[in-house]
Write a protein that binds this ligand. Structure first.
Ligand code: MN
Length: 196
């Protein structure tokens, strides 16, 4: 059995940037549904198998491969998304800041480039900051595809599915992205750069 890690904060903790009702539905319905579907598909596996499953989707039987890709991705991506936010957003660690400056010039330039990637991604999907072979990179993925499946290590993820913002921001994805920067959990992102 895969399990749903508890939200690291109450559902109203990210107000006014992310509203309570969105968090309740996004975590309690959308994320929970990916988890239930994944458990139905792979009842014999558990949390420790999540990354290996995503790294080796081709090993799965063809009749469940796409469903596992969507639902294991949905579980992993949302696990990371919740951890990457906090009501007490601080700043990147010196090491993360230095890596961001190497890749993008300045923190503001990085934020601008990441925001543009998230804004212009067509349809449902994700924007990511990943550890690649040449340092930090910004990538986007469609649907629930995870960067883990292409050998990348995501350290920051932004959900740009409409379910992540539509109740509060309707079609204004740009306002959701701008608000989201106020709740980025830089301590956690910094810890992933150090660990992985
Ligand atoms: Mn989502």
């Amino acid at each position: 059995m895969f399990t749903l890690p508890p939200l690291p904060y109450p559902t109203n903790a990210l107000e006014p940037y992310l509203d309570t009702q969105t968090l309740e539905i996004h975590f309690g319905k959308h994320h929970a549904t990916y988890l239930k579907n994944l458990n139905d598909l792979l009842p014999e596996k558990s949390d420790a198998d999540l990354i290996p499953v995503l790294q080796h989707l081709d090993d799965l039987p063809q009749d469940i491969r796409v469903k596992v890709r969507n639902n294991a991705g949905g579980v992993y991506n949302h696990n990371l998304y919740w951890q990457c936010m906090s009501p007490k957003s601080k700043s990147p660690s010196p090491r993360l800041l230095s890596s961001i400056e190497s890749g993008f010039g300045t923190l503001d330039a990085f934020k601008e480039k990441f925001s543009q990637a998230a804004l212009t991604h067509f349809g449902s999907g994700w924007a990511w900051l990943v550890k690649g072979t040449k340092g930090l990179e910004i990538v986007t993925t469609p649907n629930q595809d995870s960067p883990v499946s292409t050998g990348l290590t995501p350290i920051l993820g932004l959900d740009v599915w409409e379910h992540a913002y539509y109740l509060k921001y309707q079609n204004r994805r740009v306002e959701y992205i701008q608000a989201w920067w106020n709740v980025v959990n830089w301590d956690y992102v910094s810890s992933l750069l150090a660990d992985r």
